[in-house]
Structures are given as C-alpha cells and as structure tokens.
Design a protein around this ligand. Structure first.
Ligand SMILES: Cc1ncc(COP(=O)(O)O)c(C=O)c1O
Length: 378
C-alpha cells in the first residue's frame, strides 16, 4: 500500500550509509569498539552511569527483570495498555504480570493508586511504561517503590530524549530500557539499550547479555584474554557493530527530531481545535519534556473505529492502535479475571495518527481534514 501519509518514517541519510560502510570495511561486525562508543554516547546523553546495548528492547526488559531479581512465584505490576513485550519479559522469568489500570483520558500512563492496591507480599517490581514518550508520575512511583521495597524498571521504549524535572526518563528507576525498533524516534532496525546507575545491576546485565561469559570475543581479539569461564545462565542478546554505528548517527539526530515531533504535536492540537473536531489528544497537561513518539487520539464514544480507520485509509492516511490491552489477549486471559475499566474504555477509542520529523505542518492539516471526512462518512 502506497500511503499519502504513513504512520511513521525514518530519518536516514548519507551519514547512516557512511557509518555502516566504515564498519563493513573494518570487517569487525560483532559487538566491539563501535558498540562501546555507542554505549558511552548514550550514557552521556541520558545522564546514566552505565548503558548496555542489546539486540532489542524485549531482550533488554528480560535482562532488566533478571537483574531486578524477578523470578518464579514473584509478581510484577505493569500497565495493560502497552506492547506485549513488557508483559512477556516478566513471564520469561517465571513471574506473573499483574495489570494495573491507567490514570484516565488525558494521562494514558499507569495509575500509582491502581498500582498501590495491587501490591501483595509476592510483588517484587513495578514495570512502568512512558506511553508515547510522556512521563509517568515518577516521583510518586519511586516513593511508593522505596516504601514497599520494590524495584522499578522503566520501559522507556518510547522515551529516548524525554525528561521529567530535568531527569531523563529511563534513569529514574533501577533500570531503564529503550527500543531502537524501526518505528522508534531513533532506530537501528532492531536494537535496544539498558541504562542503570547501579554497578551491580550493570555488571550482571553485561554478563547475561553474552552467555554469562567472563570475556568476550572482542576482548580476546584485542589480546586481553585467551579463554573464559561461564559463571551464570546467560543469553545471546548482543547487538552488532552495524547497528551500533547506525545508533551513534541516529542519537546525534535525536534532539532536533524530537523537537520537531513536539512542534508537530502542538500543530495537531491547534488544528483539531480550529476545525472543532470531537477528537482529543491525550497528555494536554503532561509534565516534563516528551519524546513525542506517538500521536494518540481519542475518538468520540460510540465511533465505529474500524470504519474510521478504513475511511482514513481510503484517503491515503495510515493509522494504528496503541494498544489492544494485554489482559484481553488469548495468551493472557486464562486464569486472570482482570477488569481494567479505564484501560478498556480508552483503548477502545484510541487511534494513532501519523507523526514523524519529516512531516510538514501542511501534512497535519491533511490528516486533520481527513479526520473530518472519516468521522462523518459521506
Ligand atoms: C512499550 C514497548 N515496550 C517494549 C517494546 C519492545 O521493543 P523491541 O521491539 O525493541 O523489542 C516496544 C516495541 O515496540 C514497545 O513499544
């Protein structure tokens, strides 16, 4: 399908091509010096002591759960209004994801009050997701977690380049995890990054990223080691040099691109207001600087959403849904008689509109006028 305006688009140019060429010419493709540079750049950018690159954010969330000590018989509390990866990471450890409701129509993030009611003696951690790059109430979440002795993992998949009170999202909790999947604000195709200020967590994550081995192929290549021990059950969650090279270039572009995303989000708000459309954009009252990863819109109650999305498609505009709530999926329904009234009501009305840095203000008008047509089919 050739979209007039796609949902997202990647800002790739000659810099990315040159960076990849350089890696290819070096003939060192597996995790090595370029990855170390990418990790250093990223840690400095977000203000974290450690940054550890991985093959994708799902693997990163799994490692974060293991580092946080989550395992068989434990519970971790998280929103249902997120990508399934957040919950899968908990299940990989043998623990049970417990789903908490969101705040409301303006704040699609997990509610601290809802979390508090779900804490049991089995709860070990909170996994909070900064929906669309908009900050959760981190001061309250951290206070609750510290009071109750719980670890906090931030699913910052959407949140590279965002902050709350000057503190980068992803660095408030014990471990933060970013995604560099192709639709993200910075991309390496597939890829992810863990950040932490905790030395012990960082050491464990580095170890488990590569089979629990005490030295890497890269170390041996540099002549720093000739053998290794395996001291834990680890995984192969390594990134590679091609993707790290892309990541370095994309990171440098991130601040300007996020600024553009924030501008376009404001244009959407203004235009929808000007056209007096009965569609709301959440996070009107959010705190902090958002990465503006997504442009979620809430349709009026009772709107036929599939018909709306079809009508947008007919006008060449791609839309999406973020998210079908996890607790409604077949693989998560059994045995969990969960009711999340706010999540269910809001998720049913949500449609994600196109947002990417290369969009023009005129494109926002085009999408908004298409909404006018789609809401009132001829
Ligand atoms: C909120 C959230 N968490 C986790 C992930 C998983 O990221 P990845 O695709 O890098 O594994 C995504 C990816 O889309 C996401 O949106």
């Amino acid at each position: 399908m050739q979209w007039k305006i796609p949902l997202s688009d990647i800002d790739f140019g000659l810099e990315e091509q040159a960076a990849v060429q350089t890696v290819l010419q070096s003939k060192w493709l597996t995790m090595g010096g370029v990855t170390e540079e990418f990790e250093r750049d990223f840690a400095a950018y977000v203000g974290a002591k450690h940054a550890i690159a991985v093959t994708n954010a799902t693997a990163g969330l799994h490692l974060a759960c293991v580092a946080a000590g989550i395992g068989n018989g434990d519970e971790a509390i998280l929103p249902s209004l997120t990508f399934v990866a957040t919950a899968n990471a908990v299940r990989y450890t043998g623990a049970t994801p417990i789903f908490a409701d969101i705040v409301g129509a303006d704040d699609l993030n997990v509610s601290v009050h809802a979390i508090e009611k779900l804490i049991t003696p089995r709860t070990r951690a909170l996994l909070v997701v900064h929906y669309g790059g908009y900050a959760c109430d981190m001061p309250s979440i951290m206070e609750l977690a510290r009071e109750r002795g719980l670890k906090v993992i931030e699913d910052a998949a959407h949140a590279a380049g965002s902050d709350l009170g000057g503190v980068h999202l992803g660095t408030w909790g014990d471990v933060g995890v970013y995604s560099f999947f192709s639709n993200k604000n910075m991309t390496t195709g597939e890829g992810g990054m863990l950040v932490t200020n905790d030395d012990a967590h960082a050491q464990k994550i580095r170890l488990l990223r590569s089979h629990g081995m005490t030295s890497l192929t890269w170390d041996r290549h540099k002549g720093h080691a000739w053998s290794y021990d395996v001291v834990d059950l680890g995984y192969n969650y390594r990134i590679d040099e091609i993707r790290s090279a892309l990541g370095k270039v994309q990171l440098a572009k991130l601040p300007a691109n996020n600024e553009r995303r924030r501008h376009l989000t404001q244009v959407y708000r203004d235009v929808l207001h000007e056209l007096a459309l009965d569609v709301t954009i959440p996070f009107a009252r959010h705190a902090g600087t958002s990465a503006a990863h997504l442009l979620p819109a809430l349709l009026p109650s009772g709107t036929d959403r599939p018909a709306f999305m079809e009508a947008m498609k007919a006008q060449g505009i791609q839309t999406s849904i973020h998210y079908p709530p996890i607790h409604t999926f077949t693989a998560f329904r059994e045995g969990a008689n969960v009711s999340l009234p706010i999540t269910e009501e809001i998720a049913a009305r949500e449609v994600t509109l196109p947002l990417y840095p290369m969009m023009t203000d005129e494109d926002v008008w085009t999408v908004s006028k298409a909404i006018t047509q789609a809401l009132v089919p001829a």
